[in-house]
Design a protein around this ligand. Structure first.
Ligand SMILES: Nc1ncnc2c1ncn2[C@@H]1O[C@H](COP(=O)(O)OP(=O)(O)OP(=O)(O)O)[C@@H](O)[C@H]1O
Length: 266
């Protein structure tokens, strides 16, 4: 495969990524690749480093060392700002504005076309709530407003941190359907979850534990390699085979001054 083809096919490429949060090493020389136009699940137990990895990808996390390449550019580049949609775990909406006003506000900030507000309202099934104050919505509805803001401007890459937490099963299924429609239109999605049954909804899986990627392949390959019929059992099997974390991964990497310094919003 040529380098040009690599850049065209790969949404995120990470090599040797070391990150500390506070005084603790969190990511330990992580390496991964996320293909374009697919829904890639990032799954792992609470505290394993999923959010830290996502923050490194969108460029709001100071990294110790390693390279992060996103849509062919160094992670955190100014040129990536309008090409990535990032949804954090905490819904980022103004409670004293209606859903439509929230979306219109963020649409103007982004310079996205006027029709975008209605487009994302429909994509997230929020049209019935469009004139309601965001502060009066349920947790799941507020999360969807946050997701809708991330869809404004039609970003090429969506990084979604646990977007289905707090949603009822019907809504979760609808959202996964939307993720796949977006992927079919060429958008790349990285979606984190610690709900293992969501693993089988992804085109590809990254299983993470203790700051390392344990598995990177399709859900079918995970079940086959672990010899299990369910994703949770397969994940536990992968962890068992891996054994306990090695002491070496807790040794701080040597800092390389000036390499990949980014803003830290801890
Ligand atoms: N601001 C911070 N300062 C210091 N340590 C932090 C900070 N934020 C997170 N950590 C630590 O970094 C590690 C990874 O946290 P992270 O939020 O990336 O995990 P996660 O897999 O996303 O967890 P969850 O599924 O619960 O959201 C944890 O041990 C956490 O305690």
């Amino acid at each position: 495969m040529t380098i040009t083809a690599d850049v065209a096919d790969v949404a995120i490429s990470i090599d040797g990524l070391h990150v500390r949060r506070g005084k603790s090493p969190v990511l330990h020389g992580l390496r991964l690749s996320v293909p374009r136009g697919q829904v890639v699940g990032l799954l792992g137990p609470s505290g394993c480093g999923k959010t830290t990895l996502m923050r490194s990808i969108v460029g709001v996390q100071q990294i110790e060392s390693g390279t992060v390449t996103v849509l062919g550019q160094p992670g955190g580049s100014a040129g990536l700002r309008h090409r990535i949609g990032y949804v954090t775990q905490a819904a980022s909406v103004y409670d004293d504005l209606t859903v439509r006003q929230n979306l219109d506000y963020f649409r103007r900030v982004l310079g996205a076309p006027a029709g975008d507000t209605q487009r994302v309202l429909e994509a997230t099934a929020l049209t019935p709530q469009a004139e309601r104050l965001a502060g009066d919505l349920s947790g799941g509805q507020r999360s969807r407003v946050s997701l809708a803001t991330a869809l404004l401007g039609s970003p090429e890459l969506l990084v979604l941190d646990e977007p289905t937490v707090g949603l009822d099963p019907v809504l979760r299924v609808e959202l996964w359907g939307m993720f796949h429609r977006l992927a079919a239109s060429g958008v790349s999605l990285l979606v984190s979850s610690h709900v293992m049954d969501e693993a089988t909804r992804c085109d590809r899986l990254l299983l993470m534990r203790d700051g390392e990627i344990l598995f990177d392949d399709t859900p079918a390959a995970l079940l086959a390699s672990a010899g299990k019929s369910d994703a949770e059992g397969a994940f536990l099997e992968v962890i068992t085979r891996q054994g306990p974390p090695t002491p070496a991964r807790h040794v701080l990497p040597r800092k390389r001054p000036g390499h990949g310094a980014r803003r830290e919003h801890s």
